[in-house]
Design a protein around this ligand. Structure first.
Ligand code: NAD
Length: 436
């Protein structure tokens, strides 16, 4: 776990990040903070233009401030392609980091094509002593596949990204970083690079181990949440308050760490179980997929509840939360259930004008409905409020007062009564549907 050697320091002075999204941009900022010279390559012209104006493309705690202060030494830091970068800059990069998105294809398998194409392109610019770090989430075996098909790669390291959106910059310098490599040099370079960013760097025995660690971490959480959500459904059938049940089951009983039910969204959890399942050719991957499907179906209960409780085109609905989560705060709507909730309401026949979406950080329109950032802007009453995230705004007593006064029925996926002492829920919540 040793620190950066002088030799390592000089090798690691230039870092090229290909794919400047949530993962690439935050890692680039962490690298610049550690003293590396960082360049970004991104296919999206808006991203390139914004980064060259030092404007963050999304909200992440501390990101804008870091862009303001860390990249003052040169004008252009972002480029549309490796070719443009190499034409405008004397490349002496020793580290190329690939952090492209890896969405699922129609067959629910991670799309490998873009990562492979970009790696091929990067490999054509690298020297024998350079390193490619694969940071995207991939199926197990992908790193080895790239090495086999792209002979120009001499050193390849897979280093899983495990930070949480909203606290990524903090966690990049505090979480242990797991590294792996196809050669001792790859391992050593990855270790030295990450040691310049964070204190604890751990070597996984193989590329596959590191790939699997990423998938195991997220699938484990997905399974845990699915179990809690299943308990919520079972509790509902028996008129049991699921949060009371879980709090009591966990209380001073260390063998239990049952999660509380809730929505499981976001760009990683929505796909990583599929990628883990894809990585195994044996039986029993249904365990992962059933859990995923349960979590995917969970929010539909809100629509079912409204269907059963009564509605008309004039029914007014306030949807609270458009980002995929409320804590830590993010503006990311990828993998958010707001899309299908609003779609579900529209399909019921609720008029667009009667749906209001509230989220303090999101500046988008969802199915044509512009998200509002402050509830003080609202001046109507609602038949239903659906709370999709636990943003602190929705947990303030002022907001509570507003909701109690202005919303007839509350459907919350984030009930507050998570502790035994406050189990007298007054809000309706899924997994124990109580009405106000
Ligand atoms: N978001 C997270 O918190 C997180 C956490 C862990 C792992 N991951 C994984 O990291 C990877 C990246 O995730 P993300 O959230 O940063 O995705 P993202 O969509 O925010 O960023 C990907 C970036 O790559 C760019 N890009 C796409 N094709 C390109 C190409 N051919 N050349 C150059 N740039 C290209 C896109 O324009 C985009 O800016 C994914 O595999 C994801 O699963 C994400």
């Amino acid at each position: 776990m040793g620190g950066a050697s002088n030799q390592g320091r000089s090798i690691l002075s230039q870092v090229v990040i290909v794919g400047a999204g949530y993962v690439g941009l935050t890692l680039g900022v962490a690298s610049a903070r550690a003293g590396h010279e960082v360049f970004f390559v991104d296919i999206n012209p808006v991203t390139v233009s914004k980064l060259n104006q030092r404007i963050s493309t999304f909200y992440e705690a501390g990101l804008q401030e870091s862009l303001d202060t860390l990249f003052s030494h040169r004008k252009e830091i972002a480029f549309a392609s490796m070719r443009e970068l190499s034409q405008s800059t004397q490349l002496s990069a020793s580290i190329y980091i690939i952090s492209l998105g890896t969405p699922l294809g129609p067959d629910s398998r991670a799309l490998l094509g873009p990562v492979e194409a970009v790696t091929q392109e990067v490999a054509s610019y690298m020297t024998e002593s350079d390193l490619i770090i694969l940071r995207s989430t991939v199926a197990v075996g992908t790193s080895r596949h790239l090495l086999k098909h792209i002979p120009a790669i001499t050193n390849l390291s897979f280093c899983p990204e495990r930070t949480i959106e909203g606290k990524a910059l903090e966690e990049l310098s505090t979480l242990p970083q797991i590294i792996s490599g196809n050669s001792p040099r790859a391992e050593e370079m990855a270790r030295t690079y990450f040691n310049s960013i964070t204190q604890t760097v751990i070597k996984a025995a193989t590329l596959e181990t590191a790939e699997l660690i990423k998938l195991a971490s997220n699938s484990f959480r997905d399974l845990n949440f699915a179990f809690a959500n299943l308990l919520a459904l079972i509790s509902n059938q028996h008129n049991v308050n699921v949060n009371e049940l879980i709090s009591l089951a966990n209380f001073r009983y260390d063998r239990n760490k049952i999660a509380h039910p809730g929505l499981v969204g976001g760009p990683c959890l929505e796909k990583d179980s599929y990628i883990l399942a894809e990585s195994f050719s044996g039986k029993h991957t249904e365990l992962l997929l059933d859990a995923r499907h349960l979590n995917e179906a969970f929010p539909a209960q809100a629509i079912d509840f409204i269907k059963d409780s009564g509605y008309s085109p004039n029914t007014k609905v306030l949807v609270c939360g458009a980002a995929f989560k409320g804590k830590p705060v993010t503006s990311d709507t990828r993998g958010s259930f707001v899309f299908e909730i609003v779609q579900g309401l529209i399909e019921l026949g609720v008029q667009n004008d009667n749906i209001v979406i509230l989220d303090p950080k999101v500046n988008e329109s969802i199915h044509g409905i512009q998200v509002i950032n402050q509830y003080e802007q609202l001046n109507s009453t609602f038949d239903y409020m659906i709370q999709l995230t636990n943003h602190e705004m929705f947990e303030s007593s002022e907001f509570d007062n507003y909701v109690v006064e202005c919303c007839q029925q509350i459907i919350s996926f984030w009930p507050k009564n998570t502790s035994v002492s406050t189990s007298n829920a007054k809000h309706l919540f899924l997994g124990g549907l109580h009405s106000t």
